[in-house]
Design a protein around this ligand. Structure first.
Ligand code: CA
Length: 231
């Protein structure tokens, strides 16, 4: 895959020096500027100071864990997060998605795959921002207002903070209000890496979105997909 990233700034958070260093060296070789952090508090401090474009975040960390780091980061501003989890630890994966991670990789992973995932996630966020700038518009579904220019969402005039993935999902649903969108279609439109992600990821992000905008605003059509309620 040809990757020609502009100089984006990444934050790599992992307490195991061998993994942190090899990931960092590889990402630097791909042209990224990389800051390293080694524990929970260090990650939150580095993110506040450096405002990275994306965070590669291990779950198991000293201080507080990657889930808590993710939760704290998303409180400040939406930031793309690629979570690293222990092999096959489904509980970690689902917990990570619930606190706003956009994608995950299970250990052990290949550096080539890591690079591809990072590039895909950055592309997705940048494309969304670019599209929003080009055709900024305000989508309305009942009392939910979605400004695709500023990526601001309000529910009953209260601002709601969504992660980039949650925002893209909501914007996708809101583009066809009341209409049922299949999980496969949501996967294809919102994720750049659908094969590796799977429709269960859609379910997890929908669950997180519901918790933020109100469960009854997103209707589940079992075995098919989801629809945004228009009332
Ligand atoms: Ca670790």
């Amino acid at each position: 895959m040809p990757i020609d990233p502009p100089r984006r700034h990444l934050l790599v958070v992992e307490d195991e020096p061998a993994i942190n260093d090899s990931v960092t060296r590889r990402l630097e070789a791909e042209g990224y500027a990389v800051t390293q952090a080694w524990d929970g508090p260090g990650a939150v401090a580095a993110a506040a100071e450096e405002t990275p474009d994306l965070v590669v975040l291990d779950v198991m960390l000293p201080g507080y864990d990657g889930l808590e780091v993710c939760r704290r980061l998303q409180q400040h501003r939406p930031i793309p997060v690629l979570m690293l989890t222990a092999r096959d630890d489904e509980a970690d994966i689902l917990a990570g998605l619930a606190v706003g991670a956009d994608d995950y990789l299970t250990k052990p992973f290949g550096l080539r795959e890591l690079v591809a995932r990072v590039a895909a996630l950055l592309r997705r966020v940048e494309r969304a921002t670019e599209l929003a700038g080009r055709s900024a518009r305000v989508l309305q579904a009942g009392t939910v207002t979605i400004d695709t220019g500023t990526r601001r969402v309000t529910v009953e005039d209260q601002q709601v903070h969504l992660t980039p993935t949650e925002f893209d999902l909501l914007a996708c649903l809101a583009a066809a209000p009341g209409q049922v969108l299949a999980r496969d279609r949501l996967l294809a439109e919102v994720w750049d890496w659908p094969d590796a992600t799977g429709t269960r990821t859609v379910d997890s992000h929908i669950k997180a979105l519901r918790a933020k905008i109100g469960a009854d605003r997103v209707r589940t059509v079992h075995g098919v997909g989801y629809a945004l309620e228009v009332r």
